[in-house]
Design a protein around this ligand. Structure first.
Ligand code: ACO
Ligand code: PYR
Length: 536
């Protein structure tokens, strides 16, 4: 269990919620707080009670409903208004009465902001800070002070910025947090300035870095190198404008690269799950390429990488993904070599090790198919069908004699009317010739229905297979409507999902290839015995 000497302070529910497009309900905030606590952060900034009724309610409900194992809640708010005693300021009272044991105050530390935005004097701002910190401290709250625009303010007038740090520390602030509010600093600036402030004031320092130069994580680590012992971050880097220092990237670096004891025992492997669960609640698709936690963080595509990984995964990975709850994945594409296919096949449950000839054939087939427009990276089911075919046991539940689709729009008197499609499929199923026709709202829907109608008497589980995604990609944009099209079809059966790929100059033909393969793979997953090879 980390002691108080280093703080991981999360501000997803305050600064993270300032991201464009994020709108959390109180229930969402409670769920995110539970996840952050599970991850083991030391402080969770829950919002600004008194500024928004939602945040006031969050603290009220948190007091009743949240049992936190690792974290303490912090309420965020500003120093008192100019010319008013902290004890008489209703905003300060809302912080005091929020029930949070910690209050993080934001204060101006750039004298230009004091004069132009607060419209008061530098002296009065220092009094606002000292008075507010002391008032909350006297009421038993632990107080942190966020120095807004600290770095810009320090560059402009170091004496005034240092005065702010001293005023806060002298009044009882436990940590004075230096904020790169506009996110314009680079790591070297941060290292220098944090070092100078630490030497000049002796105060305990924290860092809050916005990501406007893409350096928020680097700036956070630079501040830690220079002596900061409190890092403010947000899950997945959510935050105002382009965001904040990413909690998971910062913790990954501190724990795994620097060996710091920043999380309680056993919490680090929760990182990937917590990142994805927060993304779900916030309703933003998880960033696939995020360090440590993205699905692509340990996905290997190049054949040369795979051949070394076969010997030892550490040769092409900076950490073991298991440490952060993630997985290594092999991607098979036209950049694959035998090792990529061997490792991917192993992931799919086939041991092809040692069969160089078979692996070579598979590499050639994948490369040829990718040249014609296929992409196996996201279509594991199609790859598995290919592997089974090369192993001499192709997946066969039906054979296609032909298919036909009619697409039409009916309308009278100039009205647009309704588009409709009709598909007919002719198949061989268990040695029987079957012809089925179905209507659909589009050609793919009609084909899907016709296929099911032809086979569901024999394969009853087909009713439980559902098309969950259908993606079209035009591959040769300059050929206009004659372009080659790649279709990715995803099906689910309640236990999992699988994706197949089809390619063709005719979009319906490409869809048919992906659709029939997805159904065949679905039947394989249901455990139906296959048609004997002679039925082909
Ligand atoms: C860098 C950051 O991200 S800090 C976090 C900022 N977060 C937010 O602003 C979200 C929540 N904010 C709000 O709901 C509202 O802005 C409120 C309730 C705080 C204030 O609303 P209003 O009273 O209508 O004021 P408004 O938003 O127009 O302006 C902010 C006021 O706070 C004052 N202020 C700004 N910073 C400070 C400070 N550190 N200490 C004291 N007062 C401050 C400003 O001078 C301004 O005062 P004025 O009304 O006398 O001009
Ligand atoms: C406090 C804060 O969010 C900032 O200065 O960016």
């Amino acid at each position: 269990m980390p002691d108080d000497s280093f703080h991981v302070f999360d501000t997803t529910l305050r600064d993270g919620a300032q991201r464009e497009g994020v709108n959390l309900t109180v229930a969402d905030k409670l769920s995110v707080a539970k996840l952050l606590d599970e991850f083991g952060v030391r402080f969770i900034e829950g919002g600004w009670p008194g500024a928004s009724p939602k945040d006031t309610e969050f603290f009220q409900r948190a007091a009743r409903e949240l049992t936190l194992e690792h974290a303490q809640l912090s309420a965020f708010g500003a120093t008192r208004r100019a010319g008013v005693r902290a004890a008489d300021d209703p905003q300060v009272a809302a912080l005091r009465d929020s029930g949070a044991p910690v209050v993080t105050l934001v204060a101006k530390s750039d004298v230009r902001h004091v004069e132009r935005a607060l419209r008061t004097t530098g002296e009065e701002n220092l009094a606002m800070i000292a008075d507010t910190v002391a008032h909350l401290h006297e009421h038993g709250r632990r107080v942190f002070l966020d120095c807004e625009h600290f770095f810009d303010g320090y560059v402009h007038d170091p004496g005034y910025a240092l005065g702010v740090v001293r005023a806060a520390a002298d009044a009882g602030a436990d940590v004075v947090v230096l904020c790169d509010t506009n996110g314009g600093m680079l790591p070297a600036d941060v290292t220098r300035i944090v070092g100078e402030v630490a030497a000049a004031t002796g105060a305990r320092l924290g860092i809050h870095a916005q990501d406007d130069t893409g350096c928020a994580v680097a700036n956070t680590l630079a501040a830690v190198d220079a002596g900061a012992t409190h890092v403010q971050c947000t899950a997945n880097g959510y935050g105002e404008r382009v965001g904040n220092a990413n909690l998971f990237t910062v913790v990954g670096a501190l724990a795994l690269k620097q060996g710091r004891d920043v999380l309680p025992e056993g919490c680090l492997p929760r990182m990937t799950r917590v990142s994805q669960a927060v993304a779900e609640i916030v309703n933003i698709s998880p960033a696939t390429h995020q360090p440590y936690v993205g699905v692509s963080a340990f996905a290997h595509k190049a054949g040369l990488h795979a051949s070394a990984i076969k010997v030892d995964p550490d040769l092409y990975q900076h950490i073991d993904p298991v440490l952060v709850g993630n997985d290594m994945r092999m991607l098979v594409s036209d950049m694959a070599g035998r090792a990529s296919i061997e490792l991917k096949a192993k992931e799919l449950g086939f041991d092809l090790s040692g069969d160089r000839e078979l692996l070579g054939r598979l590499v050639d087939r994948v490369k040829d198919l990718e040249l014609s427009g296929y992409s196996f990276e996201a279509a594991d089911a199609s790859l598995e069908l290919l592997v089974r075919e090369e192993l001499g046991s192709p997946v066969r539940y039906f054979d296609t004699e032909s298919w036909r689709v009619i697409a039409e729009r009916r309308g009278a008197g100039g009205s647009p009317g309704a588009a409709a499609s009709e598909a007919t499929v002719k198949l061989q199923v268990k040695g029987e010739r079957v012809i089925a026709t179905a209507e659909g709202n589009g050609p793919v829907n009609a084909l899907d229905r016709a296929l099911r109608s032809a086979m569901e008497g024999v394969y009853t589980a087909l009713a439980g297979l559902e098309l969950t995604d259908y993606k079209v990609r035009i591959l040769e944009g300059n050929s206009g409507t004659g372009a080659v099209t790649r279709i990715l079809v995803t099906f689910g059966d309640g236990r999992g999902e699988w994706t197949t790929v089809g390619v063709g100059e005719n979009v319906i033909d490409a869809s048919w290839i992906a659709l029939k393969d997805a159904m065949a793979y679905g039947l394989l997953r249901q455990g139906y015995p296959q048609e004997p090879a002679s039925a082909a």
